[in-house]
Design a binder for this molecule. Structure first.
Ligand code: HEC
Ligand code: HEC
Ligand code: HEC
Ligand code: HEC
Ligand code: HEC
Length: 292
């Protein structure tokens, strides 16, 4: 993930650096969850906080509850306009209407706009039929179809069915009518992988605390973690078969690690205990013999 500077004018570079420094400082000072947006000095935010017109005000609210506000991804990052001037007309003057093909949030341009920061997702999305269709100005899901403005949440498996079946259904696209269900299963598998990884990682810490050799199980955990880290890239290529194969390999690694740990568990910790019992037993026997 890279946060690219959206201003191209190089004379703004030093002020941008200062702003970045300020953002980092705010981030360090303000405790998580309590973001002081006023300190940002961004006119879009300062004014929109108090705008009461229905749609902008609802969008502001959703945005301020979203992860983007915690990371100071302000309105201008997606809408354009000038956040350094205070009047509405000046701030809006370079902002294009959403129906203008030059607007960064015109439906066809949305992937590139999000991709300024989410380059991994964009790179993979670019190789999909969905992207091709958007290029051709046809109806297809873009980033904002699945990550609704302005909450921009990550979808859960259960939320996929209604979304995908708007297009992928028996009537409109019979050849890929199975896509919604396959996609749901794919994300459920990803959740399962996440659970397997947590379970293995817990067992591993326990085993480590008992002084067991966990290096082999650790390798399995690393493999599974590598797969889960790649999920966003895998997902945004919309190749559900490849996705399933990768996720299954992650689940297999995690389970292999679990099995290795449960195999050594019963014997390993009893080894020193067994020695002590032997020695104590020996002393007890000697003691009894001497008593007789
Ligand atoms: C001084 C106040 C003020 C500032 C500064 C301001 N806005 Fe607005 N903005 C408004 C108001 C008021 C509306 C509602 C206009 C209406 O619908 O009558 C609005 C509407 C909008 C809309 C809805 C589309 C439209 O044109 O109606 C967008 C998008 C928007 N603003 C983005 C921005 C961005 C991005 C910035 C910063 C670059 C910004 N605004 C700065 C007051 C402001
Ligand atoms: C991460 C990107 C992003 C950020 C940040 C963002 N928006 Fe948006 N916004 C969008 C997208 C994409 C759409 C178009 C949605 C669509 O096509 O349905 C949109 C649409 C809108 C609309 C309705 C369309 C219009 O222009 O009338 C308003 C109003 C709006 N945004 C206001 C805001 C305000 C106010 C902020 C800051 C508090 C903000 N947005 C921050 C991406 C963003
Ligand atoms: C200026 C940079 C920037 C832009 C532009 C941007 N984002 Fe983000 N986005 C971030 C940052 C920073 C985070 C939080 C850190 C992370 O998850 O990588 C984030 C997080 C997210 C998340 C994860 C939310 C979660 O709950 O984990 C989603 C989904 C997302 N963005 C979607 C979008 C979409 C869709 C667009 C375009 C409409 C967009 N972003 C535009 C910077 C940006
Ligand atoms: C057809 C629906 C769909 C489209 C289109 C889509 N996404 Fe996603 N996106 C998802 C789903 C589902 C997830 C959750 C995957 C998972 O379980 O991690 C996700 C996850 C994400 C995340 C969070 C990844 C993380 O690290 O947790 C980001 C950021 C994101 N998408 C950005 C984008 C961007 C940018 C685009 C456009 C280039 C885009 N998405 C297009 C459905 C979509
Ligand atoms: C706005 C309509 C629309 C929505 C919503 C939509 N798709 Fe698609 N999708 C398409 C179109 C059009 C194609 C191209 C199919 C073709 O030309 O055969 C496609 C192709 C695909 C393909 C490739 C199919 C193949 O045969 O290889 C996959 C996978 C896919 N979509 C997954 C999804 C998922 C998952 C969702 C929901 C998160 C989704 N789509 C939502 C329109 C949509």
């Amino acid at each position: 993930m890279t946060l690219k500077n959206t201003k191209s004018n190089s004379s703004l570079y030093s002020s941008t650096c200062l702003n970045l420094l300020l953002i980092v400082l705010i981030f360090l000072i303000v405790p998580a969850g309590a973001v002081d947006l006023d300190a940002l000095n961004n006119s879009c935010i300062n004014c929109h906080e108090n705008v009461t017109v229905k749609k902008p005000s609802e969008n502001f609210q959703r945005w301020s509850d979203s992860i983007h506000s915690s990371y100071f991804v302000t309105c201008d990052a997606c809408h354009g306009g000038n956040p350094d001037v205070t009047t509405e007309s000046e701030a809006h003057s370079t902002m294009k209407n959403v129906t203008d093909p030059k607007s960064p949030i015109y439906f066809k341009n949305i992937p590139e706009t999000c991709g300024k920061c989410h380059s991994t997702e964009l790179d993979h999305f670019k190789n999909t039929m969905h992207f091709e269709r958007l290029r051709a100005e046809a109806s297809a899901p873009s980033c904002a179809t699945c990550h609704k403005p302005h909450s921009f949440k990550v979808l859960k498996a259960s939320e996929l069915l209604p979304l995908c079946s708007v297009c992928h259904n028996v009537r409109d696209m019979p050849s890929s009518a199975n896509v919604p269900n396959d996609a749901k299963i794919a994300l459920e598998m990803a959740d399962e992988l996440q659970n397997e990884i947590m379970a293995l990682s817990n067992s591993l810490s326990d085993a480590k605390a008992k002084g067991m050799d966990v290096s082999s199980a650790q390798k399995d955990l690393d493999k599974a973690t590598f797969v889960i880290k790649d999920v966003p890239s895998l997902w945004h290529s919309f190749n559900l078969k490849a996705f399933d194969i990768q996720i299954q390999s992650g689940i297999d690694s995690a389970r292999k690690g679990q099995n290795k740990l449960s195999e050594v568990e019963p014997t390993a910790p009893s080894v020193p205990g067994f020695g002590i019992v032997m020695v104590l037993g020996l002393f007890a026997t000697l003691y009894i013999i001497r008593k007789i």
